[in-house]
Design a protein around this ligand. Structure first.
Ligand code: UDP
Length: 315
């Protein structure tokens, strides 16, 4: 059945991939974005689609729009971006979400909150199940995002308890793929762009820290399944690929796949950088019958050509 769907952060990496999927599924999609990190080129292909609408708006300002579903993806997610204006990041996570929860409550719409593995901080338990309450520095340089997203989860569940709002929360682990901003400063985009340009490959610390990388199509499938699940399934549900790699392993794969002449350059590890991260996805398997299908090798093979095109467009 065709639904009116709002996607905040609709011009961003995940938001634009989600808009594409929802349009393919036959829905009417309204993308809202302030273009702080979102990029018009990510949604340009949808402008000719009569079922797509773009509204340039900052969700920290109130809005009123009647929809049946809200995906709240708006927030800079790359550490250098969310740290550039940290108070604005918290405001987006908290005030922005309150505005969206108010819309969901008013129109009895479902709202799916894009939370993050960052709620686990620098985890003392490995891998991370949803019951783990995290180890977050409340006053560090990552706090604006980590605590903002933690407050976001609290808000969702309080709205559900207090106002019977139909909330759903997913915790997204590192994701990569087409529509990532080549300049967004995250590890996959940085390393591929550096390799393609023949520049030094920047490894922060000794590269022994781990991450689990999920290809974007897999993630979007999990997100849509979560939205389509019964109202009782509120989460939080981890969505990510449990394959775990050191940053050095990731660099080596990118070096091999791009055939680059680039050399590794070791740089200081940023403060509060989590040492390890890997999702337990049993809940997603059980509740959503979901698990990732795309291996890191397959995902990188699909992502590297995208960054090649981005580089060509910059020339
Ligand atoms: N990192 C790196 N080189 C880079 C960018 C990131 O070694 O050019 C490291 C970073 O220190 C972290 C990991 O890669 O340990 C993942 O960083 P990212 O910013 O992609 O996301 P995070 O998972 O830290 O939010």
């Amino acid at each position: 059945m065709k639904k009116r769907v709002l996607v905040t952060g609709g011009a961003g990496f995940l938001g634009s991939n989600l808009c594409k999927r929802l349009l393919e599924d036959g829905h009417y999609v309204i993308a809202v974005d302030n273009l702080y990190t979102g990029r018009i080129e990510n949604i340009q292909p949808f402008f000719s689609n009569p079922d797509f609408e773009f509204v340039q708006h900052d969700i920290t300002e109130p809005m009123d729009i009647k929809v049946e579903e809200i995906y709240n993806a708006a927030c800079p997610a790359s550490p250098p971006h969310y740290q550039k204006s940290p108070t604005f990041t918290t405001k987006t996570c908290v005030q922005g979400l309150i505005h969206m929860l108010d819309i969901a409550t008013k129109y009895h719409a479902k709202i799916l909150q894009f939370s993050t593995s960052e709620v686990y901080g620098d985890p003392q338990i490995h891998p991370q199940p949803e019951q783990y309450r995290g180890y977050v520095n409340p006053i560090g340089i990552r706090s604006c995002y980590d605590e903002g997203k933690r407050c976001g989860e609290a808000l969702c569940f309080d709205y559900a308890r207090e106002f019977h709002t139909r909330v759903k929360v997913i915790r997204i682990f590192n994701t990569y793929g087409p529509n990532m901003d080549p300049k967004d400063g995250r590890v996959v985009s940085n390393l591929i762009m550096q390799a393609l340009k023949g520049e030094d490959i920047t490894i922060y610390g000794d590269g022994s820290q781990t991450r689990s990388f999920c290809y974007v199509d897999d993630l979007i499938e999990g997100i849509v399944r979560m939205m389509d699940s019964k109202d009782e399934i509120m989460g939080p549900v981890n969505l990510g690929n449990p394959g775990e790699f050191t940053i050095l392993e990731l660099a080596q794969r990118i070096i091999e796949k791009t055939n680059t002449i680039s050399k590794i350059q070791y740089c200081p590890l940023p403060a509060d950088d989590p040492l390890q991260r890997k999702p337990v996805i049993e809940k997603a398997k059980e509740l959503l019958s979901w698990e990732p299908q795309v291996s890191l090798d397959q995902g990188l093979d699909a992502t590297i050509p995208y960054f090649k095109r981005q580089l060509a467009a910059m020339a």
